[in-house]
Every structure is written in structure tokens, then in C-alpha cells.
Design a protein around this ligand. Structure first.
Ligand SMILES: NC(=O)c1ccc[n+]([C@@H]2O[C@H](COP(=O)([O-])OP(=O)(O)OC[C@H]3O[C@@H](n4cnc5c(N)ncnc54)[C@H](OP(=O)(O)O)[C@@H]3O)[C@@H](O)[C@H]2O)c1
Length: 276
């Protein structure tokens, strides 16, 4: 498959402004980790909306990105790359013609890292987990901030319950999600024109939970092994579209009063962003 890097929506440079005048509720949203799980559900939700949103989608899986482009050739731009490559991350917002406006930035990509206990872990693994989960977010936010300020836009992070829970063997992952929550607090104060929210999506039926069951149980505490190995067969995993809907709605509609908060996807404060 040949992957051409497309720098604008639609067939011509004029498309974006014409689209925005024709579809006045159309938002422009960038979603990271859009190739699977929760991020893919966020992208599908926004693309299905009658508002005709424009989406920039990132991830490493070029087949999934290609499929999005084939289904929505005018409304989707994809940027394939690894979020540990900060040069790639910085280039994402800069290489696309957005005509001065980005309404939503969904920072959803994430890795559990190698899931070793602190005593056994290589510090390089810790650093890599932080580069993917935290530093890349800072780099992307820096390059997107002028556009987000201009549109009084929103940043939504996919955080985790692990941010406030010290699961054994999840140290790097949990600390990186706690850092995301802190970044949310800082951005609320530093960037009052932008609304920034961090969401705990619950325990969701995605490849990440598959990895926990199949690769990471051995270093975890026994009680956590039981919880995570049985969650799927006991029907306790959420479908990705449940938290995905809330994250997508927040990306286009989050009230500024939510800025700085870390909230569970099913928090009563978020009732208006859920359909059921
Ligand atoms: N599933 C859960 O129970 C759960 C619970 C709490 C929080 N979360 C959080 O939810 C978010 C989404 O995870 P998920 O559960 O939907 O898992 P998933 O299905 O494994 O999706 C992870 C997404 O992140 C992308 N990604 C991961 N590492 C990347 C890298 N180095 N460079 C670029 N993209 C990368 C993946 O894209 P490619 O594979 O194409 O690179 C994929 O699109 C993560 O931040 C995760 O920490 C999940």
C-alpha cells in the first residue's frame, strides 16, 4: 500500500473553508490512538455525526488508517507514526492545513510498557513508557495550542484508574497516567481559553486488556491477577463505544467548568455527554 501524506481535507485547499461554511456545526478534531479500541470508537462516533466533523487520526496501524481514509476521503486525514518519535509528533499538527482552527484534541494513545515491578524493571522501559504516554502529549499540545486557543477548544485525555491506584507491576503506566492528570491541572491554569479534561474510561474490552490477560499477569499481585484474568469471561469489560462516546462528546462540547478535572466516564457530572 502506498501511503501519501495528505496535508489538507477534501480535494483542494479551498475545501476546508467551504465545508465549514456549509456545515456550521462541524468541528475539527485530532484523535491519537485512533486505530483500535477506545480511540477508534471515538473516531467512529464523530464520523457518524450529522455535523460532518473533520478528523485527523493517528496511530501506527496503516491498514486501519487507510480504511478510515477510504470510507471518508474528504473528512479524514491520517498521520501514521510512533508517538515515541517526538519529531513525528511535532510534525502532526504542523503538516496539515487547518486554517487556524482546531476544536478538539483527544490524547488517547497509550502503552502499559513492559509491566515489570520496580525492582526488576530497566529504567529505559520506564522512560519509554513516559515518552509515549506523557512527553508525546506535551509535544503535541505545544504545537496545537495556538489553534486550540483560537477556537477556544478542548483537550481530552484518556487517563486511567491506575493513576490513583498502585497496582504492582503497573508502576510506570500508573505514574504516567497520574502525570497526565497533573498536566490537566496545569493546563487549566496556564491555558484558560482551552478546556482540558482527563477521563478514566473504566475497564474496557480492547487489545490492552488482552495484553494484560495474556502477557502481564505474571508480575502482578494475585488478587489483581484474579480480577483481570476473569473480567472478560465474567462479562465485566465495557465495550469501547461507552467511554468512547463520552470522550468524543467532550472533545466537541466540554463545558469550561470541567477544566482541570479527572473524572470517570460514568461520573454524574458527565451525564449530559452520555446517551444511555
Ligand atoms: N482498555 C482499558 O481497560 C483501559 C483502561 C484505562 C485506560 N485505558 C487507556 O485507554 C487508551 C486507549 O487504550 P485502549 O484500551 O483502547 O487500547 P488499544 O486497543 O490497545 O489501543 C491503543 C491505541 O494507542 C495506540 N498506540 C499505542 N502505542 C502507540 C505508539 N507508541 N505510537 C502510536 N500509537 C500508539 C495504538 O495504535 P497502533 O497500535 O496503531 O500504534 C492504538 O490505537 C490508552 O491511553 C489506555 O491507557 C484503557
Amino acid at each position: 500500500m502506498t501511503t501519501l501524506r495528505q496535508s489538507h481535507f477534501g480535494e483542494s485547499l479551498q475545501f476546508i473553508n467551504q465545508h465549514r461554511s456549509r456545515h456550521t456545526s462541524s468541528c475539527t478534531v485530532l484523535v491519537t490512538g485512533a486505530t483500535a479500541g477506545i480511540g477508534k470508537a471515538v473516531a467512529e462516533y464523530l464520523l457518524a455525526s450529522s455535523a460532518q466533523h473533520l478528523l485527523v487520526l493517528t496511530g501506527r496501524n496503516e491498514d486501519v488508517l487507510h480504511e478510515f481514509r477510504s470510507r471518508y476521503p474528504d473528512r479524514v486525514i491520517t498521520e501514521a507514526g510512533d508517538m515515541s518519535d517526538l519529531q513525528f509528533v511535532r510534525s502532526i499538527a504542523q503538516s496539515i492545513q487547518l486554517e487556524g482552527r482546531l476544536d478538539g484534541l483527544v490524547l488517547n494513545h497509550g502503552t502499559m510498557g513492559s509491566c515489570f515491578r520496580i525492582g526488576q524493571m530497566e529504567v529505559e522501559d520506564w522512560e519509554e513508557t513516559f515518552r509515549v504516554n506523557v512527553t508525546s502529549c506535551v509535544a503535541l499540545i505545544q504545537s496545537a495550542l495556538p489553534l486550540l486557543r483560537a477556537s477556544q477548544g478542548r483537550i481530552v485525555f484518556t487517563s486511567s484508574g491506575a493513576a490513583t491506584n498502585g497496582y504492582s507491576a503497573w508502576g510506570a503506566y500508573g505514574a504516567s497516567k497520574a502525570a497526565i492528570n497533573h498536566l490537566t491541572l496545569t493546563l487549566k491554569n496556564e491555558e484558560p481559553e482551552v478546556t482540558t479534561v482527563s477521563i478514566r474510561p473504566g475497564v474496557v474490552d480492547t487489545a490492552m486488556q488482552g495484553d494484560i490477560r495474556e502477557k502481564f499477569l505474571k508480575n502482578m499481585d494475585e488478587k489483581d491477577q484474579v480480577k483481570f484474568s476473569t473480567a472478560k469471561k465474567d462479562g465485566k469489560l465495557l465495550p469501547p463505544n461507552k467511554p468512547g462516546e463520552v470522550i468524543a462528546e467532550l472533545a466537541i462540547n466540554a463545558d469550561e467548568g470541567l477544566s482541570g478535572m479527572f473524572l470517570s466516564w460514568d461520573d454524574p457530572k458527565l451525564a449530559q455527554y452520555r446517551s444511555g
